[in-house]
Design a protein around this ligand. Sequence first.
Ligand code: AHR
Length: 497
Amino acid sequence: MSNRVTIDVERVIAPIDRNLFGGFAEHLGRCIYGGIFEPDSPHADERGLRGDVVAAVRRLRMPVIRYPGGNFVSGYRWRDGVGPVDERPARMELAWHDLEPNRFGTNEFVGFCRALDSEPYLAVNAGDGDMREARDWLEYCNGTQNSALVELRRQHGFEAPHRVKYWGIGNEVDGPWQIGFKTAEEYARVYTEYAKVMKWTDPSIALLASAVSLWEPSWVERVQLLMEHATPLIDYLAIHWYVGNDAERGYRDDDFASYMAMSERIEDMLSATEGIIRAMSSALRLERDIPIAVDEWNVWYRVHEEGKLEEIYNLEDALVIAMHFNAFIRHARSVKMANLAQLVNVIAPILTRPDGMVLQTIFHPFELYSRTCGDVALDVHWTGDTFSTPEFSALRLLDASATLDAQARKLVVYLVNRSADRSSETTIELHRARFAGPVAVSLINGPDTKATNTFEAPDTVSLRRAALDASALDASSRALHLTLEPHSVTALVCDLV
Ligand code: AHR
């Protein structure tokens, strides 16, 4: 059998928000210290930022980066991290049981983001913090009047406001592991009061509510209560999503086919979240959409050691990352932000040592999608070969999505071949458009599904580029034929007429 992917370029799902390619950096393990910030490194610039890391992150074109946590934020005092570095206190850190030196804080983070052309997204402490502290932080960052907090920022060397647009209230407040865990009712109240004073402090900000991280049956009620109480103050509903090739975060332990069936879980989670938001919006007669921000997501299942979390990724993880981007594109109507957790060293696409760094397998799909994605998502129909797992039968072997840059008439088709050993004969058929000429092919693959990138062999899983010439097209220029390698991600960048 073979596979047929049919694309009608006028069947647009929705505009794609670039914030799908967001990141996240937490004070955890070696993400900040020894990752982003290492003043003693030969790679450090005058601010202590590692130049090699900045250059690698720049390749990912992240429009937004969340900070400073994560679980860390639920015990964080922002004032500890501003002002003269030598006067900043070191604090016991209870989320990851570490000592926080506070040598990197708000102003350093904003500087890091500006070096990357990214927007900072700050999460405030709704754990052991309070709303006064949250609104003070916002005033310190964004204030323009001659208040004491704005004066303080100026004394710290920042005359102009930082204009931080995105602010999250709390982190994983639904998790008993969180400092200051909250019941649904407690968080709905806390969110409302924090949000009220924060919007009064700066009405231009966008607020993210920490809706779901624990996918237990009570999540539905949490979202319902939150929306009942706080909808006028919610700009995004934030959810967290971690998956793995094990029975806890996937379907089975180390089973490739089951891992590739992860698409079903993603679809289910996104559709269910859309459903509850829609039900509540209808009940509340809401006249605007409340978008979803998946503001932490990644593969994470191997390393749980406190304070480290240095997961080593392989090729199958990279396929799963690509499948997530396909799902975000297919759900472009509702998903308006997503932040890969995290950026460097800690469950991250970039792994550093004092003398260098390696780009992990998951770096490549992130870079590929971020650099090629168009501005609208297209509704793709595909049929063909299937595979089965103990949980599912007849899942499509390919996982697909497509985007269009309407002005440039550029179509991008993303295909994940989920077979461990079969090539896939595939036809891409266009409706209401024709291929204008050669098609650029970007391909991520490696020798086997467990292949990793190491300091010794950094390019075992990497991206290759090729071109399909006219012989791949049929006479009408409406169909393209190609063979997809087993366990691969392919992006086809096509000019259209
Ligand atoms: O990203 C690692 C941790 O995962 C974050 O601190 C927390 O929010 C989540 O549980």
